[in-house]
Write a protein that binds this ligand. Structure first.
Ligand code: ATP
Length: 236
């Protein structure tokens, strides 16, 4: 099998005495969509933080395209095409939609996509381009956060809880946007509370429990795995 585009290898993450991630390994093939699901505090965001370079793992390695990037600072990873869309979106509310997009492009300079491409991808942002980002709805802000990452022409997008706090109809729009990102050829790691939606979208998935990986496999199989159904899916 060919080398995964992103590989997280036996990563451990601690915050002081709190061990947040214990021996987690995840392989993400180019063009793949891998989901991480599990309860609050299971360590999902910490795995993304280690991949993005926001925390330094205590041990283990992160590889991008075979290169060991474990010690690279976050900005160097962005320049290499590994971008994080953090939980809570972190858009700048007083800046306009267009200005937020330009901030995403800034980090990639000449390699960045034209702003117009983002408006084609997310037409709702085109209509709102001159408005302060803070005036957008939660769903529109999530689209903006995704577009701000997409404008950097990422190879891998790490998406942390994109559907959090959104109404069901808006969650549909966010998942439609994730499908579009994928069609654009971007490899995705998706952390989601909405386990069923995540498993329906992903190729493979890992279920995290108290810092470790409890179950891993093709997303379709996990959707019908009685242990996963009982703990994370409940009744439809
Ligand atoms: P959530 O869905 O709530 O974000 P999660 O599965 O993403 O949960 P993490 O946010 O990675 O889990 O948290 C894993 C553990 O690490 C938790 O016990 C959490 O309290 C702890 N933790 C996370 N960030 C920090 C931090 N900056 N300092 C100390 N402890 C932290």
């Amino acid at each position: 099998m060919s080398e995964p585009l992103l590989a997280i290898e036996s990563v451990h993450v601690s915050y002081g005495r709190v061990q947040a991630v214990r021996d987690v390994s995840i392989e993400v093939p180019e063009g793949g969509l891998v989901a991480l699901i599990g309860a609050n505090g299971a360590g999902k965001s910490s795995v993304l933080a280690a991949a993005a370079g926001l925390v330094r793992p205590k041990s283990g390695a992160v590889r991008l395209d075979g290169r060991d990037i474990t010690r690279w600072p976050a900005h160097r990873r962005v320049a290499a095409g590994l971008v994080l869309v953090p939980e809570g979106r972190q858009i700048l509310g007083s800046l306009t939609v267009a200005e937020n997009l330009r901030l995403g492009a800034y980090r990639r300079r000449r390699q960045a996509a034209p702003e117009a491409e983002m408006y084609d991808l997310f037409p709702v942002l085109a209509e709102r381009r001159s408005l302060p980002a803070g005036s957008l709805s939660g769903g529109e802000q999530q689209m903006l956060a995704i577009a701000r990452a997409m404008i950097a022409r990422p190879r891998v997008m790490l998406l942390d809880e994109p559907s959090m706090g959104l109404a069901p109809k808006v969650v549909d729009e966010v998942f439609a946007a994730i499908e579009q990102i994928r069609r654009a050829g971007v490899t995705v790691v998706l952390v989601e509370q909405n386990a069923r939606r995540a498993l329906r979208t992903a190729d493979t998935a890992h279920v995290m429990e108290t810092g470790g990986t409890a179950h891993s496999g093709p997303a379709e199989e996990l959707l019908s795995d009685p242990r996963v159904v009982k703990a994370y899916l409940g009744v439809d």
